[in-house]
Design a protein around this ligand. Structure first.
Ligand SMILES: Cc1cc2nc3c(=O)[nH]c(=O)nc-3n(C[C@H](O)[C@H](O)[C@H](O)COP(=O)(O)OP(=O)(O)OC[C@H]3O[C@@H](n4cnc5c(N)ncnc54)[C@H](O)[C@@H]3O)c2cc1C
Length: 608
């Protein structure tokens, strides 16, 4: 990276760079106008952050806190709007702000899903997946982070739990006093407010009691416990979704040194092949029309575990053999895209609650109530607020699965038809707090199966990347999933469920209906698989360049000026969601970057 050069040099270099990059003569010396020169000056930044998602918004906040640094945050989606703020609105149909990817068809999972493939839903909006997610705030277990690299190798730079807990706490503003009491794990004063919903209905209480009857205690899952029935904390403020855009970016958007461009997709990272340095990026607002932006210090990728791969491959950074297939000139042969992992679950496990009356006028009134006072049922996620974390096997003191509950309202006439399809049981028509069916999703928290992300075969630049997710490829994953279904079924024999006459719903399980017991659940899991859309691992961190893409400081191996700082660097899943861990990664990355540049005062001051 060209750290010691003066701004003037940078500017001249940029002119040359841009002139060679941009087709046509817009920036060629002969025809350049004053306006072009201004555009050019405006396209020079200290840091360029690619992807205004969960991690990107945090990095933009932290780095733009240095007034002398000019930061560009560039996001493919648009600004978020109030539709996504209401907690009770299900996030499943947020299609306009999703990338809408699907896994590739395989023989071992998603068999009865459309096209034999599973949906992967990540956010394409300022705030990224923090606008489209379920907002649950879970961090995973100590053992997960301790396992991210060989013990003790790097001291304070490493990602052991003891060295990451402060970065969780840095963003946290915990609003529940019972949880805050444990100050080893929790804190106040950060930008991200997390809290339990106050609203609870009778089914929330009933299912919580049934899990308690099964021996689970009601505990804070973020304190390294192996089992618990959990009343989740969510990323909310005043009963309104709090994305990282709302929490971290909006409050600092007035900063003069922060430029945010939305509706712009970065199509290439521009590198100097000889020097192995990164110079900037190209982005498109209109298809086919590329604009350059130049980074004096670093480009930081926060595009998520799927889109980072596409961008890196298109820029010549990836497995050599894959790049050659697409006639892409190889800058660095690195395992970008390998080690893809997603958490996995299955449909088909549905409990019917009997008659529940919901009128549309009630729902309309409840919407009014939420808009006026941020209260009522819509200031909640219904039964989704409850999960049970279960340790199935001896070994580490940590959960293997989460039994996540989700409510759905299925019209009684559909129940009368006797066999409703799994798809109908999952198709949410009413907001979440109105339900007569509870789906239990047994989520495999640490799946063993791994896959790969590659460029679209025919249209690498604009086509959807190929996601070879390989869900349930490893038999061990299927066994764990079915073992956890056995546990979930024990709910039916609790006094609480019997008293309320809660039963398995009459779900059409074709083609598994003729099978019984484990065989039937094996079949259901393979047919009605669901990808949790928590993709990680494609740019994993590590020391060994043959299996990792970034080092423990998140710098891409063998290239100066490029870091990756989002869920894609996680080597494995943690035993929870990946929203809080991604925020932690962004906090720690910001800290590393600030330290890196501040410690070397020469770099820090000379390039002002
Ligand atoms: C439906 C759903 C529910 C979930 N629920 C939970 C939950 O309750 N709890 C939990 O812990 N986790 C949950 N997750 C997972 C978690 O929220 C995300 O995986 C995590 O936030 C990912 O963060 P990220 O920064 O890696 O990526 P993202 O937040 O997805 O951000 C990437 C951003 O980069 C942008 N981008 C990508 N490529 C480019 C490009 N080339 N140019 C410009 N911009 C680009 C994208 O548009 C996006 O805004 C859920 C995920 C989904 C999809």
């Amino acid at each position: 990276m060209v750290k010691l050069i003066s701004f003037l040099q940078v500017y001249t270099w940029t002119v040359l760079l841009v002139a060679t990059l941009v087709s046509g003569d817009l920036f060629s010396k002969a025809t350049r106008t004053k306006a072009d020169d201004r555009d050019l000056r405006n396209s020079v930044f200290d840091f360029i952050i690619v992807g205004g998602g969960t991690a990107g918004c945090i990095l933009a906040n932290r780095l733009s806190a240095v007034p002398s640094w000019k930061i560009l945050l560039i996001e493919a989606g648009d600004d978020e709007n109030i539709d996504y703020d209401i907690p009770g609105v299900p996030t499943k149909d947020y299609r306009p702000i999703l990338w809408n990817y699907r896994t590739e068809r395989t023989g071992f999972s998603c068999l009865s899903r459309p096209g034999g493939s599973c949906e992967v839903r990540t956010g394409k909006v300022l705030g990224g997946s923090s606008v489209t997610n379920d907002m649950k705030y879970t961090r995973g277990s100590k053992v997960d982070y301790d396992g991210w690299h060989s013990a003790g190798a790097l001291g304070s730079l490493d990602w052991k739990f003891a060295n990451v807990i402060d970065f969780f706490k840095a963003s946290e503003d915990n609003g529940d006093y019972d949880i805050l009491l444990n100050s080893m794990y929790h804190s106040r004063g950060g930008e991200m407010h997390v809290q339990k919903f106050k609203y609870a209905d009778k089914f929330i209480e009933m299912f919580t009691s049934a899990f308690t009857e099964m021996g689970l205690r009601s505990l804070d899952i973020n304190t390294n416990v192996a089992e618990a029935v959990v009343n989740h904390q969510f990323a909310i403020s005043n009963n309104t979704r709090l994305s990282t855009n709302s929490a971290f970016l909006k409050p600092v958007r007035h900063r003069k040194n922060l430029v945010v461009i939305t509706g712009a997709t970065v199509t290439k990272i521009v590198t100097d092949k000889q020097e192995k340095t990164v110079e900037g990026i190209l982005y498109e607002i209109e298809k086919g029309k590329e604009h350059p932006a130049y980074a004096k210090r670093e480009v930081i990728l926060t595009g998520g575990a799927i889109n980072n791969v596409k961008l890196l491959h298109m820029s010549g950074i990836g497995p050599k053999a894959d790049l050659i297939k697409h006639n892409i000139s190889v800058i660095l042969d690195l395992p970008v895209g390998l080690n893809y992992q997603d958490q996995v679950t299955t449909g088909g496990l549905s409990f019917s609650l009997g008659e529940v009356i919901v009128s549309e006028s009630t729902i309309i009134n409840d919407f009014k109530n939420w808009f006026q006072s941020r209260n009522g049922p819509l200031a909640s996620r219904g039964i989704n607020q409850v999960s049970a974390f279960i340790q199935l096997y001896e070994g580490v003191n940590a959960p293997d699965v989460e039994l996540a509950l989700e409510g759905n309202f299925v019209r009684t006439d559909k129940f009368m038809l006797n066999n409703i399809s799994v798809h109908i049981s999952e198709e949410i028509n009413f907001p979440l707090p109105y339900y007569n069916l509870v789906n239990i999703y047994p989520i495999l928290l640490r799946p063993k199966s791994k896959g790969k992300v590659m460029l679209h075969k025919k249209n690498p630049k604009y086509g959807r990347p190929v996601i070879q997710a390989n869900l349930l490829k490893e038999t061990e994953d299927l066994v764990t999933l079915v073992d956890s279904i056995d546990i979930a079924l024990q709910l039916l024999v609790t006094k609480e469920m019997k008293k309320a006459e809660i039963k398995l719903a009459p779900i059409d399980l074709f083609p598994c209906d003729r099978l019984r017991n484990r065989e039937q659940w094996n079949c259901i899991s393979r047919h009605y698989t669901k990808a949790m859309s928590n993709p990680i691992g494609t740019c994993q961190m590590g020391e060994n360049k043959t299996i990792s893409v970034v080092d423990y400081e998140l710098k891409v191996h063998g290239l100066e000026g490029l870091r990756i700082a989002d869920a894609s660097v996680m080597p494995t899943h943690v035993r929870g969601g990946i929203f809080a861990p991604t925020m932690m990664i962004a906090e720690k990355a910001s800290n590393i970057i600030l330290k890196d540049w501040k410690e070397n005062k020469g770099y820090y001051y000379n390039t002002r």
